[in-house]
Design a protein around this ligand. Sequence first.
Ligand code: NAP
Length: 333
Amino acid sequence: MRSKIRWGILGCGRIARKFAADLRYVEDAELIAVGSRKREAAEEFAKEFPVSYKHDSYDALAANPELDIIYVASPHGLHHEHVMLCLKSKKAVLCEKAFALNSREAKEMVETARKQNVFLMEALWTKFLPHYNILMQMIQDNKLGEIENVMANFGFIPTAPIPERFFDPALGGGSLLDIGIYNVFIAMAVLGRPDLVESSMTRAHTGVDEQCAILFKYQNGAMAQLLSSFSSHLPTDANISGSKGRIRLATRFYEPSTTIEYYPERIDSKQIIPFHKEPGFGYQFEARHANECLRMGLSESPVMSHRDSLLLMETLDRIREAAGIIYPVDDLG
Ligand SMILES: NC(=O)c1ccc[n+]([C@@H]2O[C@H](COP(=O)([O-])OP(=O)(O)OC[C@H]3O[C@@H](n4cnc5c(N)ncnc54)[C@H](OP(=O)(O)O)[C@@H]3O)[C@@H](O)[C@H]2O)c1
């Protein structure tokens, strides 16, 4: 394999720019190509992030023989189409969350990656961040005792210009797949697959979920209460509570800028747990891991496995079914 892994980016939107900026912190990565539906968008992107190849179609990007891996940064309603395109061209893929619209799509993507023997991973970046690893280590070290409850929320009021994907049902719009997924992820990371899922939502003007409230119940008595919202500013924190204490991941619990507050036993005895903060947005961690996987010749990440993505997707399907969240382009309804 070459000394630098050669990356391409599919879709020149907001997250694509942040990811491209963070690739600069990945020592053995080189961004060499972008693919856009429009030549001008690829040209604009390349002014900020110089690349050798500015493709004016995703087909051309996927066919570029110089690429080792493609980061799929399109709206989630199109991930299935775009990931399949890359995999069929035998390109490794790092695909943004939400991995797909539903389990059927996600299974097909995973099956194709396995058949083609090509690397595929969901870019659930939180799972690669230093604070997340500390949280999981503290739980493993029994700092919280038996975990009884997870409370997580993520909410903000989008301001103009509002990305069309936020509210467009055809693109998988709505709060659940966009931001609620982080609440679901953190609850499942701590408590596992819920035995019972209840949920309810309020609709935005386009019919997608503007707010989505979720309750997970577990046979051992544990519970999780999760709320996502595009109509209110929420604390966007996560509280993990057990018989021996509580951890609060403060504002923006899914990002590396969060703070870890530890409340051992007594509610008023707060400790701040320090952790290493690097420059950048935090997308370099997942990119470094993808590079390592490619160098080891893996077709699946041991950290964010296919099983992890399928389980997360299946749970999102269960939530959608209970809340009545239906997209015109899928078969969940
Ligand atoms: N991990 C994170 O922290 C994080 C943060 C934000 C978003 N995301 C995820 O990243 C993905 C993209 O989000 P974003 O905020 O970057 O979205 P965005 O700014 O709207 O960009 C999406 C890009 O997808 C391409 N695209 C292809 N078909 C499209 C269509 N029919 N409508 C709109 N765009 C289309 C466009 O690129 P071209 O015009 O160049 O083809 C567009 O610029 C989503 O799945 C989202 O959940 C992740």
